[in-house]
Design a protein around this ligand. Structure first.
Ligand SMILES: Nc1ncnc2c1ncn2[C@@H]1O[C@H](COP(=O)(O)OP(=O)(O)O)[C@@H](O)[C@H]1O
Ligand SMILES: CC(=O)N[C@@H](CCC(=O)OP(=O)(O)O)C(=O)O
Length: 299
């Protein structure tokens, strides 16, 4: 027998406890623009998501697309400016943000998942008023902070065998404004509202690094907070870590920040003993155990 096949069979066998553990688990995956890479990387990501669905999990994809927005804004002669990792968004910018995220990026991911044999449906926070926002900070303009979540549409799509793919664009509470929501913030709010078992934040670094540049594989919320306070965590990693902390407070079991450019990043995290990246989870004992046992519905 060919050695490769023996290795494949062993890998599948070793994955059994994880497949059982995650049966019915709700896993929100944030696919950052920097993690997207080329068509091959997109294809691999899509295969991971379809495999997760195939083995009985409920993957929900929420994506970013910052570099793609920068690109189109640049071509239109509009400068990109960020404050604490979030884009300063004018009325003019928000139109471009919606075109890029709800159009180009969302449909690219939907198409990749469908090509891999899944049934992806692309929506944004606007659909069914799933995510309603208010202005996050006057300095940022049309950047939204989710204040009301109606995630039944996600449950309905997922329960019917589909894979929701969500663009982080949302409606405002007043005047029907359009808000640009940071992709991490949106994914965290969705994971919190779904009481997800895992939130995976896919980015372009191996995980949260300390001052020496080493990846910290396990972080408590207190450690993460002090790394933001002392500047070890900066830029785009700030909204990511803040999202993780908030999601855990809202009841998400664990949040993992990992390199989405690594082949099979999601599978490595979910189905191997060592996992991947940095895992942040509460040190508090859970009030009510929930979710991961076989036969129990995660939705
Ligand atoms: N402590 C840290 N550990 C890892 N990355 C960090 C840290 N502090 C800042 N960063 C930066 O955060 C970036 C990830 O954020 P961002 O570029 O917004 O990702 P994405 O587009 O995937 O959401 C990394 O590429 C890195 O430059
Ligand atoms: C408010 C805010 O910053 N919104 C982000 C939305 C896209 C995003 O989050 O993209 P990445 O995940 O690829 O960084 C932006 O305009 O770039």
């Amino acid at each position: 027998m060919n050695r490769d096949w023996i290795a494949t069979a062993r890998t599948l066998s070793e994955a059994l406890p994880y497949l059982q553990r995650y049966s019915n688990a709700v896993v929100v995956v944030k696919f950052g623009g920097n993690a997207m890479g080329d068509d091959k990387a997109m294809e691999e990501f899509a295969r991971d998501i379809v495999l997760m669905k195939q083995v009985g999990m409920h993957p929900v994809v929420c994506h970013g697309g910052g570099p793609m927005i920068n690109d189109l804004l640049g071509r239109l002669g509009i400068e990109s400016r960020f404050v604490r990792g979030k884009r300063v968004t004018t009325k003019e910018t928000v139109e471009v943000v919606e075109m890029v995220l709800s159009g180009l990026v969302n449909k690219r991911i939907v198409q990749a998942i469908n090509d891999a044999g899944g049934r992806a449906v692309g929506i944004s926070g606007k659909d069914d008023d799933m995510m309603v926002c208010e202005a996050d900070d006057p300095e940022l303009g049309f950047v939204g902070r989710p204040v009301e979540m109606n995630v039944q549409i996600i449950r309905d799509l997922s329960g019917a065998g589909m894979i929701p793919v969500i663009a982080p664009v949302a409606t405002g509470m007043e005047d029907n404004e359009t808000f640009n929501v940071n992709g991490d913030t949106a994914a965290g709010a969705i994971a919190g509202a779904l009481q997800a078992d895992r939130l995976l934040l896919l980015t372009d670094v191996a995980g949260v690094k300390n001052a020496a540049g080493e990846v910290v594989t396990q972080l408590s919320p207190d450690q993460a907070r002090s790394m933001i306070a002392d500047g070890q965590i900066s830029g785009g990693m700030i909204p990511k870590t803040e999202t993780a902390l908030k999601a855990i407070e809202e009841g998400v079991r664990a949040v993992v920040i990992l390199d989405g450019r690594r082949p099979n990043a999601c599978l490595l995290e979910l189905f191997t003993e060592d996992g991947a990246g940095s895992i942040i989870r509460s040190t508090e004992p859970r009030v009510k155990p929930r979710g991961l046992r076989q036969g129990e519905s995660g939705l």
